[in-house]
Design a protein around this ligand. Structure first.
Ligand SMILES: NC(=O)c1ccc[n+]([C@@H]2O[C@H](COP(=O)([O-])OP(=O)(O)OC[C@H]3O[C@@H](n4cnc5c(N)ncnc54)[C@H](OP(=O)(O)O)[C@@H]3O)[C@@H](O)[C@H]2O)c1
Length: 305
């Protein structure tokens, strides 16, 4: 049985925490307002940006997962979540004389600036051209420079329960398909995120870096057309304007999505990890059914007269 701290225990952290508790591990969930943590995860009220609140960490931790998210899409929010918060937690672990066997960091594929559909893996340059990617990249480095074995896990776009923006925009008819060369997007289902973290936390030997995306980096227009077919709504129209980046204000052309890359998950696969949702089709099919999003029954043409 391991003693695990999840710092920034939100959606991904709590999903991971529940899995670890079910497997018999002792789990603490650190966040500012821990009242909403699911049963089993021991609540720890603390603010990662306030070192004075981090002096009561549980002793003798075996593993630490850093999974805090920025409270908004601004440089100061990203600095607080991915740089100051990480540094404060590492300082607190050091001051308490902790010797965790492994640290994990929920990173992001936004650390890559590649945007022409190239294949990207753990050896590709990660020279983010946005403040968000740069802050996350700094957070990774802080962990790697710490005295403990550290693993950064670069997740693609996370979808799943409560993360149905794309489904809703297709159903509402507000989505548009980008015209021009394919705009490759990379995804992972929320449950697979938690499963990847659990897998890497308990793996006997780990590399310092993994890309965590499903097997299917797909052009955005293909994903949108597939969703429309599943939902029984018209295919979103083609538009020459690129879609907005998450968090960008409407109408700001500088914040339109230019990223297009194909992330390779071979290193993660080589550890024996098996996806529950290897493609967006598998994961979205479940979310569409569970969320009752389908507005019309799928047609069965051969039986209709
Ligand atoms: N969304 C994506 O597509 C995507 C892609 C790649 C990577 N990621 C990364 O995945 C990670 C987990 O995401 P998530 O969806 O689980 O986020 P989430 O549900 O928003 O959870 C983050 C948690 O961090 C806590 N937190 C934030 N600031 C804190 C602070 N100063 N001190 C203590 N706790 C703090 C929040 O709880 P309190 O407010 O109670 O403190 C919140 O519950 C994040 O690092 C995110 O950047 C996300």
């Amino acid at each position: 049985m391991a003693r695990i701290l999840i710092a920034g225990c939100g959606d991904i952290g709590a999903t991971l925490g529940q899995r670890l508790c079910a497997a018999g591990h002792e789990v603490w969930g650190l966040k500012r307002r821990p009242a909403d943590l699911p049963p089993g995860i021991q609540p720890l009220a603390a603010d990662l940006t306030d070192p004075a609140t981090l002096n009561t960490l549980p002793p003798a931790l075996d593993g630490v997962v850093y999974s805090a998210a920025a409270a908004g899409f601004s440089e100061s929010h990203y600095q607080a979540a991915y740089v100051a918060g990480v540094q404060n937690l590492l300082d607190a672990l050091r001051q308490a004389g902790q010797q965790p066997r492994r640290l994990l960091f929920t990173s992001s594929t936004s650390v890559y600036a590649q945007h022409q559909g190239e294949w990207v893996d753990e050896d590709s340059p990660a020279e983010a051209d946005s403040f968000s990617g740069r802050c996350i990249r700094t957070g990774e480095q802080l962990l790697w420079d710490s005295p403990w074995p550290a693993v950064a896990v670069r997740f693609g776009g996370i979808y799943g329960p409560g993360r149905t923006r794309l489904i809703e925009s297709v159903r509402a008819g507000t989505a548009t398909r980008p015209a021009g060369p394919p705009l490759y997007t990379n995804r992972i289902h929320r449950d697979d995120c938690a499963r990847v973290l659990e897998h890497l936390l308990l793996l006997p030997e780990s590399a310092p870096l993994y890309l965590a995306v499903d097997d299917d980096p797909a052009p955005l227009d293909e994903v949108l057309s597939w969703l429309a077919a599943q939902l029984g709504v018209p295919e979103p129209p083609l538009a020459t304007d690129l879609p907005l980046k998450p968090g960008a204000g409407a109408g700001d052309p500088a914040l339109r999505m230019r990223a297009s890359k194909r992330c390779r998950n071979a290193r993660l696969r080589a550890t024996g990890f098996q996806f529950r949702y290897p493609s967006y089709r598998d994961g979205y099919a479940v979310e569409i059914t569970k969320g009752g999003f389908r507005s019309a029954p799928l047609p069965y043409p051969s039986f209709r007269r």
